[in-house]
Design a binder for this molecule. Sequence first.
Ligand SMILES: N=C(N)NCCC[C@H](NC(=O)CCC(=O)O)C(=O)O
Length: 445
Amino acid sequence: MTAREFNFDGLVGPSHNYAGLSFGNVASFSNVRSASNPKQAALQGLAKMRALAQRGFAQALLPPQSRPNFRLLRKIGFTGTDAQVLEKAYREAPVILACAYSASAMWTANAATVSPSADTHDSRVHFTPANLNNKLHRADEHPQSERTLRAIFKDDKYFSVHPALPGTPAFGDEGAANHTRFAATHGSKGVEFFVYGRVEFDPSAPSPKKYPARQTFEASAAIARLHGLDPLRTVYASQSPDVIDQGVFHNDVIAVGSANVLFYHECAFANEAVALADLRNGLSTVNAELVPVRVPVADVTVADAVASYLFNSQLLLKDTGKMALVIPQECHENAAVAKYLDGMVASGGPIDELLHFDLRQSMRNGGGPACLRLRVVLTDEEAQAMHQGVIMTDDLYHKLVAWVEKHYRDTIEPKDLADPQLAIECQTALDDLTKILNLPGLYDL
Ligand SMILES: N=C(N)NCCC[C@H](NC(=O)CCC(=O)O)C(=O)O
Protein backbone atom coordinates (compact mmCIF):
# COMPACT_ATOMS: atom_id res chain seq x y z
CA MET A 1 0.00 0.00 0.00
CA THR A 2 1.44 3.41 -0.83
CA ALA A 3 1.15 6.01 1.86
CA ARG A 4 2.62 9.38 2.64
CA GLU A 5 3.67 10.90 5.93
CA PHE A 6 1.78 14.16 6.50
CA ASN A 7 3.29 16.61 8.91
CA PHE A 8 0.59 18.54 10.76
CA ASP A 9 2.36 21.60 12.09
CA GLY A 10 0.85 23.63 14.89
CA LEU A 11 -0.19 27.08 13.77
CA VAL A 12 1.15 29.30 16.55
CA GLY A 13 -1.68 31.04 18.40
CA PRO A 14 -1.98 34.81 18.99
CA SER A 15 -1.19 34.55 22.72
CA HIS A 16 2.30 32.99 22.34
CA ASN A 17 4.28 34.12 25.40
CA TYR A 18 7.10 33.14 27.72
CA ALA A 19 5.81 32.21 31.16
CA GLY A 20 8.37 29.67 32.39
CA LEU A 21 5.69 27.07 32.94
CA SER A 22 7.60 23.90 32.12
CA PHE A 23 9.82 22.74 34.96
CA GLY A 24 12.39 20.39 33.42
CA ASN A 25 12.40 22.23 30.08
CA VAL A 26 15.54 24.36 30.23
CA ALA A 27 14.57 26.89 27.52
CA SER A 28 11.13 27.54 29.04
CA PHE A 29 12.72 28.24 32.42
CA SER A 30 15.50 30.45 31.11
CA ASN A 31 13.23 32.76 29.11
CA VAL A 32 10.58 33.23 31.77
CA ARG A 33 8.83 36.61 31.63
CA SER A 34 10.76 37.87 28.62
CA ALA A 35 8.81 39.57 25.81
CA SER A 36 7.53 37.32 23.04
CA ASN A 37 6.61 38.18 19.47
CA PRO A 38 3.51 36.15 18.51
CA LYS A 39 3.41 37.57 14.98
CA GLN A 40 6.96 36.52 14.28
CA ALA A 41 6.38 33.13 15.92
CA ALA A 42 3.43 32.38 13.65
CA LEU A 43 5.24 33.60 10.54
CA GLN A 44 8.33 31.51 11.35
CA GLY A 45 6.14 28.41 11.65
CA LEU A 46 4.28 29.18 8.45
CA ALA A 47 7.55 29.70 6.57
CA LYS A 48 8.67 26.20 7.54
CA MET A 49 5.34 24.68 6.49
CA ARG A 50 5.40 26.45 3.14
CA ALA A 51 9.02 25.56 2.37
CA LEU A 52 8.43 21.88 3.08
CA ALA A 53 5.18 21.85 1.09
CA GLN A 54 7.03 23.46 -1.83
CA ARG A 55 9.64 20.71 -1.62
CA GLY A 56 6.83 18.21 -2.20
CA PHE A 57 6.47 16.89 1.36
CA ALA A 58 2.87 16.34 2.52
CA GLN A 59 2.17 19.26 4.82
CA ALA A 60 -0.90 20.28 6.78
CA LEU A 61 -1.64 22.18 9.97
CA LEU A 62 -3.51 21.97 13.24
CA PRO A 63 -5.20 25.20 14.35
CA PRO A 64 -4.39 26.90 17.66
CA GLN A 65 -6.62 26.49 20.72
CA SER A 66 -8.93 29.12 22.13
CA ARG A 67 -7.17 31.30 24.70
CA PRO A 68 -7.48 32.53 27.36
CA ASN A 69 -8.93 29.38 28.81
CA PHE A 70 -11.86 30.95 30.67
CA ARG A 71 -13.18 27.48 31.51
CA LEU A 72 -10.08 26.86 33.64
CA LEU A 73 -10.19 30.29 35.29
CA ARG A 74 -13.87 30.02 36.18
CA LYS A 75 -13.44 26.44 37.41
CA ILE A 76 -10.96 27.64 40.03
CA GLY A 77 -13.18 30.38 41.39
CA PHE A 78 -12.65 33.51 39.30
CA THR A 79 -16.07 35.02 38.63
CA GLY A 80 -17.72 37.98 36.93
CA THR A 81 -17.41 39.27 33.39
CA ASP A 82 -14.51 38.07 31.25
CA ALA A 83 -12.66 41.31 31.99
CA GLN A 84 -13.19 40.88 35.74
CA VAL A 85 -12.01 37.26 35.60
CA LEU A 86 -8.81 38.38 33.89
CA GLU A 87 -8.21 41.25 36.26
CA LYS A 88 -8.72 39.12 39.39
CA ALA A 89 -6.62 36.26 38.04
CA TYR A 90 -3.79 38.67 37.16
CA ARG A 91 -3.88 40.10 40.69
CA GLU A 92 -4.28 36.88 42.67
CA ALA A 93 -2.75 34.15 40.51
CA PRO A 94 -0.68 35.56 37.63
CA VAL A 95 1.01 32.24 36.92
CA ILE A 96 -2.34 30.50 36.55
CA LEU A 97 -3.46 33.30 34.24
CA ALA A 98 -0.35 32.62 32.16
CA CYS A 99 -1.33 28.95 32.05
CA ALA A 100 -4.78 29.93 30.79
CA TYR A 101 -3.13 32.01 28.08
CA SER A 102 -0.44 29.55 26.99
CA ALA A 103 -0.20 28.91 23.26
CA SER A 104 1.46 25.56 24.02
CA ALA A 105 -0.89 23.63 21.73
CA MET A 106 1.44 24.85 18.94
CA TRP A 107 3.71 21.88 19.80
CA THR A 108 1.53 19.37 18.06
CA ALA A 109 3.95 16.48 18.60
CA ASN A 110 2.26 16.50 22.00
CA ALA A 111 -1.28 16.64 20.62
CA ALA A 112 -1.72 12.89 20.20
CA THR A 113 -0.19 9.51 19.48
CA VAL A 114 -1.02 8.32 15.98
CA SER A 115 -0.92 4.79 14.59
CA PRO A 116 -1.22 4.36 10.82
CA SER A 117 -3.76 1.92 9.43
CA ALA A 118 -1.03 -0.57 8.43
CA ASP A 119 -0.33 -1.17 12.13
CA THR A 120 -3.77 -1.35 13.72
CA HIS A 121 -6.15 -4.27 14.33
CA ASP A 122 -9.02 -2.75 12.34
CA SER A 123 -6.91 -1.13 9.58
CA ARG A 124 -8.05 2.36 10.56
CA VAL A 125 -5.80 5.25 11.56
CA HIS A 126 -5.98 5.59 15.36
CA PHE A 127 -5.42 8.77 17.37
CA THR A 128 -5.24 9.20 21.14
CA PRO A 129 -4.96 12.82 22.28
CA ALA A 130 -2.32 13.22 24.98
CA ASN A 131 -3.58 14.16 28.44
CA LEU A 132 -0.39 16.18 29.15
CA ASN A 133 -1.28 15.99 32.81
CA ASN A 134 2.21 16.83 34.04
CA LYS A 135 1.73 20.55 33.43
CA LEU A 136 -1.25 22.71 34.32
CA HIS A 137 -0.94 24.86 31.20
CA ARG A 138 -1.11 21.79 28.97
CA ALA A 139 -3.48 19.51 30.89
CA ASP A 140 -6.57 21.08 29.36
CA GLU A 141 -5.42 20.86 25.72
CA HIS A 142 -6.83 17.39 25.12
CA PRO A 143 -10.57 18.21 24.87
CA GLN A 144 -9.86 20.63 22.02
CA SER A 145 -7.24 18.32 20.49
CA GLU A 146 -9.87 15.58 20.38
CA ARG A 147 -12.44 17.95 18.91
CA THR A 148 -9.97 19.18 16.27
CA LEU A 149 -8.90 15.67 15.30
CA ARG A 150 -12.55 14.60 15.05
CA ALA A 151 -13.26 17.59 12.80
CA ILE A 152 -10.37 16.79 10.47
CA PHE A 153 -10.55 12.99 10.61
CA LYS A 154 -14.32 12.66 10.65
CA ASP A 155 -14.94 9.59 8.55
CA ASP A 156 -15.05 6.61 10.89
CA LYS A 157 -14.62 4.24 8.01
CA TYR A 158 -10.97 5.32 8.00
CA PHE A 159 -10.29 7.01 11.32
CA SER A 160 -10.74 6.30 15.02
CA VAL A 161 -10.21 9.14 17.50
CA HIS A 162 -10.10 8.03 21.15
CA PRO A 163 -10.53 10.24 24.19
CA ALA A 164 -7.39 11.01 26.22
CA LEU A 165 -6.23 8.55 28.89
CA PRO A 166 -7.36 9.23 32.48
CA GLY A 167 -5.67 12.42 33.70
CA THR A 168 -3.76 10.95 36.59
CA PRO A 169 0.03 10.61 37.12
CA ALA A 170 -0.07 6.85 36.42
CA PHE A 171 -1.15 7.62 32.86
CA GLY A 172 1.07 10.63 32.16
CA ASP A 173 0.99 10.83 28.37
CA GLU A 174 2.86 13.30 26.14
CA GLY A 175 1.79 11.94 22.77
CA ALA A 176 4.04 11.51 19.77
CA ALA A 177 7.00 13.20 21.49
CA ASN A 178 7.67 9.78 23.03
CA HIS A 179 6.51 7.60 20.14
CA THR A 180 8.22 6.73 16.85
CA ARG A 181 7.15 4.49 14.04
CA PHE A 182 9.62 2.45 12.02
CA ALA A 183 8.86 0.61 8.77
CA ALA A 184 10.53 -0.28 5.47
CA THR A 185 8.34 2.34 3.77
CA HIS A 186 5.61 4.57 5.17
CA GLY A 187 2.90 2.33 3.71
CA SER A 188 4.18 -1.03 4.96
CA LYS A 189 3.50 -2.66 8.33
CA GLY A 190 5.70 -1.11 10.95
CA VAL A 191 7.04 -1.25 14.48
CA GLU A 192 5.77 1.27 16.99
CA PHE A 193 8.38 2.35 19.51
CA PHE A 194 7.27 3.83 22.83
CA VAL A 195 9.82 5.49 25.11
CA TYR A 196 8.74 6.12 28.70
CA GLY A 197 10.39 8.01 31.54
CA ARG A 198 9.07 6.07 34.51
CA VAL A 199 6.90 3.13 35.56
CA GLU A 200 4.16 4.07 38.02
CA PHE A 201 3.73 0.59 39.51
CA ASP A 202 7.37 -0.49 39.63
CA PRO A 203 9.31 1.58 42.14
CA SER A 204 12.51 -0.28 41.21
CA ALA A 205 12.37 0.93 37.58
CA PRO A 206 14.72 3.78 36.67
CA SER A 207 13.33 7.28 37.12
CA PRO A 208 14.85 10.78 37.23
CA LYS A 209 15.73 12.55 40.48
CA LYS A 210 15.60 16.20 39.60
CA TYR A 211 13.08 16.75 36.81
CA PRO A 212 9.77 15.01 36.16
CA ALA A 213 9.39 12.06 33.81
CA ARG A 214 6.28 13.03 31.90
CA GLN A 215 5.53 9.75 30.10
CA THR A 216 4.74 6.54 31.97
CA PHE A 217 5.03 2.98 30.73
CA GLU A 218 1.41 2.43 31.75
CA ALA A 219 0.27 5.22 29.39
CA SER A 220 2.29 3.85 26.47
CA ALA A 221 0.92 0.33 27.01
CA ALA A 222 -2.65 1.64 27.19
CA ILE A 223 -2.25 3.40 23.86
CA ALA A 224 -0.84 0.29 22.20
CA ARG A 225 -3.91 -1.60 23.46
CA LEU A 226 -6.38 1.07 22.35
CA HIS A 227 -4.84 1.23 18.88
CA GLY A 228 -4.88 -2.55 18.54
CA LEU A 229 -1.16 -2.83 17.85
CA ASP A 230 0.44 -6.23 17.33
CA PRO A 231 2.57 -7.01 20.41
CA LEU A 232 5.25 -8.48 18.16
CA ARG A 233 5.59 -5.10 16.50
CA THR A 234 5.38 -2.94 19.60
CA VAL A 235 8.59 -2.04 21.42
CA TYR A 236 8.95 -0.25 24.75
CA ALA A 237 12.16 1.35 25.95
CA SER A 238 13.04 3.20 29.11
CA GLN A 239 14.44 6.67 28.55
CA SER A 240 17.68 7.33 30.41
CA PRO A 241 16.69 9.03 33.69
CA ASP A 242 20.04 10.85 33.68
CA VAL A 243 19.25 12.67 30.45
CA ILE A 244 15.80 13.68 31.73
CA ASP A 245 17.67 15.31 34.61
CA GLN A 246 19.81 17.16 32.04
CA GLY A 247 16.79 18.73 30.35
CA VAL A 248 15.61 15.99 27.97
CA PHE A 249 11.98 16.31 29.00
CA HIS A 250 10.70 14.36 25.99
CA ASN A 251 12.43 11.58 24.06
CA ASP A 252 12.21 13.71 20.91
CA VAL A 253 14.85 16.00 22.41
CA ILE A 254 17.42 13.17 22.10
CA ALA A 255 16.22 10.84 19.31
CA VAL A 256 14.22 10.92 16.10
CA GLY A 257 13.28 8.13 13.73
CA SER A 258 11.46 7.65 10.47
CA ALA A 259 11.07 4.77 8.01
CA ASN A 260 13.99 2.49 8.98
CA VAL A 261 16.36 5.18 10.30
CA LEU A 262 16.94 5.97 13.98
CA PHE A 263 19.03 9.09 14.60
CA TYR A 264 19.89 9.16 18.30
CA HIS A 265 22.34 10.10 20.98
CA GLU A 266 24.24 7.30 22.68
CA CYS A 267 22.90 8.45 26.08
CA ALA A 268 19.23 8.47 25.04
CA PHE A 269 18.10 5.13 26.47
CA ALA A 270 18.48 3.47 29.86
CA ASN A 271 19.72 0.37 28.02
CA GLU A 272 20.81 1.19 24.49
CA ALA A 273 21.73 -2.37 23.48
CA VAL A 274 18.35 -3.77 24.57
CA ALA A 275 16.39 -0.95 22.91
CA LEU A 276 18.19 -1.51 19.60
CA ALA A 277 17.94 -5.29 19.77
CA ASP A 278 14.19 -5.09 20.45
CA LEU A 279 13.70 -2.72 17.54
CA ARG A 280 15.70 -4.98 15.23
CA ASN A 281 13.67 -7.99 16.33
CA GLY A 282 10.39 -6.19 15.74
CA LEU A 283 11.50 -5.02 12.32
CA SER A 284 12.67 -8.50 11.34
CA THR A 285 9.02 -9.66 11.53
CA VAL A 286 8.24 -7.30 8.65
CA ASN A 287 11.48 -7.97 6.77
CA ALA A 288 12.88 -4.54 7.47
CA GLU A 289 16.29 -3.63 8.76
CA LEU A 290 17.05 -0.87 11.23
CA VAL A 291 19.61 1.74 10.12
CA PRO A 292 20.88 3.42 13.29
CA VAL A 293 22.77 6.72 13.17
CA ARG A 294 24.34 6.92 16.61
CA VAL A 295 25.83 10.17 17.85
CA PRO A 296 28.55 9.57 20.44
CA VAL A 297 29.02 11.80 23.45
CA ALA A 298 32.58 12.39 22.25
CA ASP A 299 31.14 14.32 19.27
CA VAL A 300 28.10 15.97 20.86
CA THR A 301 27.49 16.22 24.59
CA VAL A 302 23.99 15.96 26.04
CA ALA A 303 24.27 19.65 26.97
CA ASP A 304 25.02 20.55 23.32
CA ALA A 305 22.14 18.37 22.13
CA VAL A 306 19.75 20.14 24.51
CA ALA A 307 21.05 23.61 23.65
CA SER A 308 20.99 23.10 19.87
CA TYR A 309 17.98 20.75 19.63
CA LEU A 310 19.93 18.61 17.15
CA PHE A 311 17.60 15.65 17.69
CA ASN A 312 14.42 17.69 17.78
CA SER A 313 14.67 17.59 14.04
CA GLN A 314 12.48 16.13 11.34
CA LEU A 315 13.70 13.21 9.28
CA LEU A 316 11.97 13.45 5.94
CA LEU A 317 12.14 10.59 3.47
CA LYS A 318 12.84 11.80 -0.06
CA ASP A 319 11.99 10.18 -3.38
CA THR A 320 15.68 9.31 -3.72
CA GLY A 321 15.37 7.03 -0.69
CA LYS A 322 17.67 9.34 1.31
CA MET A 323 16.59 11.52 4.21
CA ALA A 324 16.60 15.27 4.71
CA LEU A 325 17.10 16.49 8.27
CA VAL A 326 15.09 19.58 9.21
CA ILE A 327 17.00 21.39 11.94
CA PRO A 328 16.69 24.64 13.84
CA GLN A 329 19.32 27.24 12.97
CA GLU A 330 20.71 26.89 16.50
CA CYS A 331 22.42 23.70 15.23
CA HIS A 332 24.65 25.80 12.96
CA GLU A 333 25.46 28.13 15.84
CA ASN A 334 26.80 25.35 18.06
CA ALA A 335 30.37 24.53 16.95
CA ALA A 336 30.35 20.85 17.98
CA VAL A 337 26.94 20.19 16.44
CA ALA A 338 27.76 22.05 13.22
CA LYS A 339 30.95 20.02 12.84
CA TYR A 340 29.13 16.78 13.52
CA LEU A 341 26.46 17.59 10.94
CA ASP A 342 28.99 18.46 8.24
CA GLY A 343 30.67 15.11 8.77
CA MET A 344 27.40 13.22 8.88
CA VAL A 345 26.08 14.61 5.60
CA ALA A 346 29.42 13.89 3.89
CA SER A 347 29.61 10.34 5.29
CA GLY A 348 27.39 8.67 2.67
CA GLY A 349 24.91 7.60 5.35
CA PRO A 350 21.11 7.74 5.10
CA ILE A 351 20.87 11.50 5.81
CA ASP A 352 22.28 13.51 2.91
CA GLU A 353 20.71 16.95 3.26
CA LEU A 354 20.15 19.58 5.96
CA LEU A 355 17.27 22.04 5.84
CA HIS A 356 17.50 24.70 8.51
CA PHE A 357 14.88 27.13 9.73
CA ASP A 358 14.66 30.12 12.02
CA LEU A 359 12.18 29.00 14.68
CA ARG A 360 13.66 31.13 17.43
CA GLN A 361 10.32 32.19 18.91
CA SER A 362 9.28 28.59 19.51
CA MET A 363 12.79 27.46 20.45
CA ARG A 364 12.87 29.95 23.32
CA ASN A 365 10.07 27.91 24.89
CA GLY A 366 11.80 24.59 24.18
CA GLY A 367 9.98 23.75 20.94
CA GLY A 368 12.00 22.82 17.86
CA PRO A 369 11.00 21.57 14.39
CA ALA A 370 9.92 18.14 15.66
CA CYS A 371 7.84 19.56 18.53
CA LEU A 372 5.96 21.68 16.05
CA ARG A 373 4.63 18.78 14.02
CA LEU A 374 2.41 15.73 14.40
CA ARG A 375 3.06 12.99 11.90
CA VAL A 376 0.12 11.19 10.34
CA VAL A 377 0.85 8.48 7.77
CA LEU A 378 -2.07 8.28 5.34
CA THR A 379 -2.82 6.18 2.28
CA ASP A 380 -4.10 8.12 -0.74
CA GLU A 381 -7.66 7.08 0.10
CA GLU A 382 -7.32 8.22 3.71
CA ALA A 383 -5.76 11.49 2.63
CA GLN A 384 -8.76 12.09 0.38
CA ALA A 385 -11.12 11.34 3.26
CA MET A 386 -9.69 13.89 5.67
CA HIS A 387 -10.75 17.53 5.78
CA GLN A 388 -8.91 19.25 2.92
CA GLY A 389 -8.97 22.79 4.32
CA VAL A 390 -5.93 22.23 6.54
CA ILE A 391 -3.57 21.10 3.78
CA MET A 392 -0.81 23.62 3.16
CA THR A 393 -0.90 25.20 -0.28
CA ASP A 394 0.52 28.48 -1.54
CA ASP A 395 -2.96 29.94 -1.46
CA LEU A 396 -3.55 28.93 2.17
CA TYR A 397 -0.09 30.19 3.12
CA HIS A 398 -0.85 33.67 1.75
CA LYS A 399 -4.26 33.77 3.42
CA LEU A 400 -2.75 32.79 6.76
CA VAL A 401 0.07 35.32 6.51
CA ALA A 402 -2.51 38.08 5.91
CA TRP A 403 -4.59 36.73 8.82
CA VAL A 404 -1.55 36.79 11.15
CA GLU A 405 -0.60 40.31 10.03
CA LYS A 406 -4.13 41.46 10.78
CA HIS A 407 -4.69 39.86 14.18
CA TYR A 408 -1.37 39.22 15.94
CA ARG A 409 0.62 41.50 18.21
CA ASP A 410 4.34 42.14 17.84
CA THR A 411 4.92 41.87 21.57
CA ILE A 412 3.43 40.20 24.59
CA GLU A 413 4.87 40.89 28.02
CA PRO A 414 3.54 39.39 31.28
CA LYS A 415 1.53 42.53 32.09
CA ASP A 416 -0.32 42.31 28.75
CA LEU A 417 -2.15 39.20 29.96
CA ALA A 418 -4.28 41.47 32.18
CA ASP A 419 -5.48 43.46 29.15
CA PRO A 420 -9.06 42.38 28.31
CA GLN A 421 -8.48 43.57 24.75
CA LEU A 422 -5.95 40.78 24.21
CA ALA A 423 -8.61 38.18 24.99
CA ILE A 424 -10.98 39.77 22.50
CA GLU A 425 -8.26 39.89 19.83
CA CYS A 426 -7.47 36.20 20.33
CA GLN A 427 -11.11 35.19 20.02
CA THR A 428 -11.71 37.36 16.95
CA ALA A 429 -8.65 35.86 15.27
CA LEU A 430 -9.84 32.29 15.83
CA ASP A 431 -13.31 33.11 14.65
CA ASP A 432 -11.82 34.34 11.37
CA LEU A 433 -9.58 31.30 11.16
CA THR A 434 -12.49 28.86 11.19
CA LYS A 435 -13.67 30.53 7.99
CA ILE A 436 -10.26 30.37 6.31
CA LEU A 437 -9.90 26.68 7.18
CA ASN A 438 -13.55 25.94 6.49
CA LEU A 439 -14.04 24.41 9.91
CA PRO A 440 -17.20 25.99 11.33
CA GLY A 441 -17.95 24.92 14.91
CA LEU A 442 -14.32 23.98 15.54
CA TYR A 443 -14.31 25.78 18.87
CA ASP A 444 -16.77 25.32 21.69
CA LEU A 445 -16.92 29.06 22.43
N1 LIG B 1 9.41 18.15 22.74
C1 LIG B 1 8.21 18.39 22.28
N2 LIG B 1 7.64 17.52 21.54
N3 LIG B 1 7.52 19.49 22.62
C2 LIG B 1 8.05 20.64 23.24
C3 LIG B 1 7.03 21.26 24.10
C4 LIG B 1 7.54 22.52 24.75
C5 LIG B 1 6.60 22.97 25.85
N4 LIG B 1 7.00 24.28 26.34
C6 LIG B 1 6.18 25.00 27.12
O1 LIG B 1 5.08 24.62 27.40
C7 LIG B 1 6.68 26.33 27.63
C8 LIG B 1 5.58 27.30 27.94
C9 LIG B 1 6.05 28.47 28.75
O2 LIG B 1 6.95 28.31 29.56
O3 LIG B 1 5.47 29.58 28.58
C10 LIG B 1 6.56 21.96 26.97
O4 LIG B 1 7.45 21.99 27.83
O5 LIG B 1 5.67 21.09 26.98
